[in-house]
Design a protein around this ligand. Structure first.
Ligand code: PEP
Length: 251
């Protein structure tokens, strides 16, 4: 039985004041114990969020990590070890904004995935097709290539401690959400790809859907057999909305 998960990707948003306000409001929410909840603030707010959430059942992750593990001369980067030391449990790897706007290749994403696991962080591997790729009928091929690179490099055992998020690029921040059936088709293909290496591991991997998840569409998405929760961007910046999405994952 997979424990549902809802993750809030705050992206490059917030100030110390707005982050404090968001956490305070979020702590008023009634949250289902059965759902694993995590938030992913900017690096500069990680410590603040961890202190403010002290004792709360919400864990914290970062939105990226360096592809090299450990410490050393890599100006501007933050390593997975530093994130663990700061108190993070999770890290997003391969978010489409980093793949498309910052040129992260499948190879780099795979290296970051490995660096995260080496230090004890749980990677949330993001995969997803662009609108052009979907319209060309290449969705499953693109997602299989992105996942396949990590699977080939790191092996199926690595997926015992990882989460995969399917995020169609055309649905991110656009207000367009994949129909539940469309999302389920890709989630089932991801699980089947993993199952070809090891069915038991594949059955245990949590697959999150991301792309304009809101309180009003969360329940029908989460009702799909292979959708184990959501990776939520814009709606995670509103405490009421994010709380409602977390509750939808618990039903
Ligand atoms: C995201 O960027 O991970 C995301 C899913 O964003 P949004 O929910 O705003 O579409």
């Amino acid at each position: 039985m997979r424990r549902p998960m809802v993750a809030g990707n705050w992206k490059m948003n917030g100030t110390r004041a707005s982050v404090a306000e968001l956490i305070e409001s979020f702590q008023q929410q009634v949250l289902p114990a059965a759902v694993e909840i995590a938030v992913f603030p900017s690096f500069v707010h990680v410590s603040q969020v961890l202190s403010a959430l002290d004792g709360a059942k919400v864990s914290v992750g970062a939105q990226d990590c360096a592809l090299q593990s450990g410490f050393g001369a890599l100006t501007g980067e933050v390593s997975a070890e530093q994130l663990v030391d700061a108190g993070c449990k999770w890290v997003l790897v391969g978010h489409s904004e980093r793949r498309l706007l910052l040129g992260e290749t499948d190879e780099v994403v795979s290296q970051k995935f490995a660096a995260a696991q080496l230090s004890g962080l749980m990677p949330v591997l993001c995969v997803g097709e662009t609108l052009e790729e979907r319209e060309a009928g290449r969705t499953l091929e693109v997602v299989a290539r992105q996942l396949g690179r990590v699977l080939d490099d790191q092996g199926i055992e690595a997926f015992r401690s990882a989460v995969v998020a399917y995020e169609p690029v055309w649905a991110i921040g656009s207000g367009l959400t994949a129909a539940p059936g469309q999302a389920q088709e890709v989630h089932a293909a991801i699980r089947e790809q993993l199952a070809r290496s090891d069915r038991r591991i594949a059955e245990g991997v949590r697959l999150l859907y991301g792309g304009s998840v809101k309180a009003e569409n969360a329940a029908e998405l989460f009702a799909m057999a292979d959708i184990d929760g959501g990776l939520v961007g814009g709606a995670s910046l509103k405490a009421d909305e994010f709380g409602a999405i977390c509750r939808a994952a618990g039903n």
